[in-house]
Design a binder for this molecule. Structure first.
Ligand code: FAD
Length: 273
């Protein structure tokens, strides 16, 4: 099973030290790449860049920065990508992002397909481009059919692969992949896997990105929310079973949203193999 791991850029010295330890543990299972998130509107521009370069210089793992286009310009986007290219970075996760509250200007590249098209036009095939996919649909999409059409636009613009929003229902993923194949889209769609380690954070995050947590899972998480050990055990069982189902049905690559922690991710991967 191929694996990749997503981090957010740490903002404190303690956070940086923690991430270094997390990376050194995850490197041992030979991941395909690490990716580093980017605050839409450029809110983490420096810390994302610094984290990416730190990984590039110190780890033996490919690294892919995330880059969002909302609120930015073509020249700013090019400036950032030029810097990455100079440092030998050859993979990006290209996103629209969500406009930060208070920001009025949506920028020159309004949707991710326009960002992909821009990267292709400026850099040809230098960057391997991953984009986001939403098997349960994106919260702003009119319906799943328009979501699939918009996703197809990103592929036609040159996306090489996609990482999904996390989900706890494998059927949503397989139906999404089937729907794409029906319209001739065959790029690798890597499931994004969110370990379950904290009840309130998971609920808050799932509300924000409109990801469904099945009721039978929520009911048990509610029960265990003040019993950390039981919550961790149950969360691991749920996510491990999801990964097993994906693997059994032919998925050969998983992208883990690590939240800069390694324990539960490592445990799941070890049990999976
Ligand atoms: P798009 O693909 O542009 O889609 C956004 C919405 O617009 C969708 O509803 C789509 O259907 C619709 N749409 C597309 N084209 C059109 C059109 N022509 N007309 C009308 N509607 C259209 N956010 C961050 O800020 N930083 C990150 O690092 C980050 N990393 C992420 C990594 C992954 C794997 C995923 C799944 C998401 C990530 N996000 C990140 C969240 C993402 O930025 C948001 O979900 C955002 O709202 C959509 O970005 P997108 O690239 O999917 O946008």
């Amino acid at each position: 099973m191929k694996t990749s791991f997503e981090f957010f850029p740490p903002q404190s010295d303690e956070g940086k030290k923690n991430l270094q330890q997390v990376r050194s543990k995850l490197i041992q299972i030979n991941p395909e790449y690490f990716s580093v998130t980017y605050g839409a509107g450029g809110t983490t521009q420096e810390s994302t860049f610094d984290t990416v370069i730190d990984i590039k210089n110190n780890d033996t793992v490919r690294v892919a920065p995330h880059l969002t286009s909302i609120g930015s310009s073509k020249s700013k986007t090019k400036e950032i990508l030029d810097q990455y290219k100079e440092h030998g970075i050859d993979k990006v996760v290209a996103l629209r992002g969500d406009i930060p509250s208070g920001m009025q200007n949506t920028g020159e590249l309004r949707y991710a397909n326009e960002l992909v098209e821009f990267i292709k036009s400026e850099y040809n095939d230098h960057f391997h481009i991953e984009v986001a996919a939403y098997p349960e649909s994106h919260p702003q999409a009119k319906n799943i059919s328009t979501e699939i059409d918009h996703f197809a636009n990103k592929v036609r613009a040159g996306a090489d692969g996609a990482i999904t929003q996390y989900f706890y229902n494998a059927d949503a993923y397989f139906r999404f992949v089937d729907d794409l194949e029906k319209i001739g889209i065959y790029i690798p769609i890597t499931p994004g896997i969110m370990p379950i380690t904290n009840y309130s954070n998971l609920v808050r995050f799932s509300n924000m990105c409109d990801t469904q947590i099945p009721k039978w899972i929520t009911e048990r998480l509610k029960l265990y929310k003040d019993d950390k050990d039981s919550l961790l055990d149950f969360g691991e069982e749920v996510v491990l079973n999801l990964c097993r189902t994906l693997k059994e049905k032919g998925v050969d690559s998983l992208h883990f949203y690590t939240m800069n922690r390694s324990d539960s991710v490592l445990s799941i991967i070890k049990k999976l193999s």
